[in-house]
Design a binder for this molecule. Structure first.
Ligand SMILES: [Zn+2]
Ligand SMILES: [Zn+2]
Length: 398
């Protein structure tokens, strides 16, 4: 098998070209599920590397590059990169800043695509392995559930992928550090609206009205007991209200008939998610009923929690330890943000590792308008993707 040093050396020699790819992708960001320019650029690159097959479709601008090893086997490993940007005005000040208005790669997915391109470049020109690698370029991570769409459109039926791996850049880890742990590392993201119906009336005659504003306020306060009283203190959850909508700014003496609450819940374990959803509904209805009003809670589960499967995450840890030593290996701190790669690890064993990008010039947070991926991290990301593909193919073929 190719050594880590050999892979890293090859990729370092290609780093100028990989950086040019990243800067092009960064400069032309697109959002959502349809990313025609991004997809065309990736396809052109992949063809120039000589990958065996490029598959398109999956209800979006997704691409899957297929690279067969010299030795035949029916075993496949999947590597996934997300492709989409955010509806933000970029203020990073870099030369290759976005030219598309209110579109910016402020979550580093330009870097993830480049990391995956680097892996394709190595694997396409180094075929001494057994089995097949599928490199999946997936749009629509930022709220469009692009990963779910690919799963629903037969990703895992079309390609018999045994294990799947992804990365996300991490501005709290230094360049050259990898964060990886088994278990839930990102939260399930749910959203809700609660519609409160009271009885409108005059602000000076509250005794004949049912005040939807008061009821909504009591629901907000009472819902704070869910995390503190209904969830095991050793497990995590969040209940946050993002909007309270009621009345009119000119209606200081009008008690509105209705009020609407909008918010998000986050959790890791399925039983906690069930409990939070159940209690939110019970509290909304119970509080409303106590005041003679009605409340209806509409609860939607957007992204499941991201589970890093134990066997696969421990395998990646071992690969990183052997390559970068203990100083390169960091924990993957649990975060209450979400990641749609979770739809893939729901149906296929795998894990996501965090790729360090921090240095004195790269300190901005993800989704911040100053954010830019760090080119210095690309070779680390690509090297690890290749190492994972080769090591895991060996393991699943054994
Ligand atoms: Zn993001
Ligand atoms: Zn992201």
């Amino acid at each position: 098998m190719y050594s880590a040093q050999e892979i890293q050396q090859f990729l370092s020699e290609k780093s100028a070209q990989l950086n040019a790819c990243r800067h092009h992708l960064h400069q032309h960001p697109e959002i959502g599920l349809q990313l025609p320019e991004t997809s065309a650029f990736i396809e052109k690159e992949l063809r120039s590397y000589g990958v065996d097959e490029i598959h398109k479709g999956f209800g979006s601008s997704a691409l899957v590059a297929v690279i067969h090893g010299k030795k035949k086997s029916d075993k496949w490993i999947g590597l996934r990169a997300d492709m989409d940007a955010l509806p933000l005005l970029e203020q990073s000040g870099v030369q290759y800043a976005s030219v598309n208005e209110k579109r910016a790669h402020s979550c580093g997915h330009d870097g993830h695509m480049t990391v995956a391109l680097g892996a394709c470049r190595f694997l396409a020109s180094h075929r001494d392995f057994e089995g097949t690698v599928a490199v999946i370029f997936q749009p629509g991570e930022e709220g469009y559930a692009g990963a779910r769409l690919m799963v629903e459109n037969g990703l895992f039926e079309k390609f018999p992928i045994a294990e799947i791996y992804a990365t996300h850049c991490e501005p709290t880890l230094e360049v050259g550090q990898i964060g990886i742990d088994p278990g839930y590392i990102m939260a399930a993201a749910d959203i809700f609206t609660i519609d409160v119906t009271g009885r409108g009336g005059h602000g000076a005659k509250p005794q004949v009205a049912v005040d939807s504003v008061l009821v909504a306020s009591q629901i907000v306060v009472s819902a704070q007991s869910i995390v503190s009283r209904n969830v095991n203190p050793l497990q995590g959850a969040v209940v946050s209200f993002g909007a309270i909508l009621a009345g009119d700014e000119n209606g200081s003496s009008v008690l509105p008939q209705t009020a609407k609450l909008i918010g998000t819940c986050r959790s890791f374990e399925p039983d906690v998610q069930d409990r939070v959803q159940q209690r939110l509904g019970e509290i909304a209805e119970g509080v409303a009923s106590a005041y003679g009003a009605r409340a209806q809670c509409h609860y939607t589960r957007l992204y499941p929690a991201l589970l890093n499967h134990e066997q696969q995450a421990l395998a990646v840890k071992e690969i990183v330890r052997n390559w970068l030593g203990e100083e390169g290996l960091k924990p993957a701190p649990q975060q209450m943000t979400a990641e749609d790669f979770a739809f893939m690890t729901q149906v296929c064993p795998g894990c996501l590792f965090r790729l360090g990008i921090r240095d004195p010039k790269h300190t901005a947070s993800l989704h911040e308008c100053e954010f830019d991926f760090n080119d210095e991290a690309t070779v680390y990301g690509s090297t690890l993707m290749v190492l994972i593909a080769l090591n895991r193919l060996k393991a699943v073929n054994a």
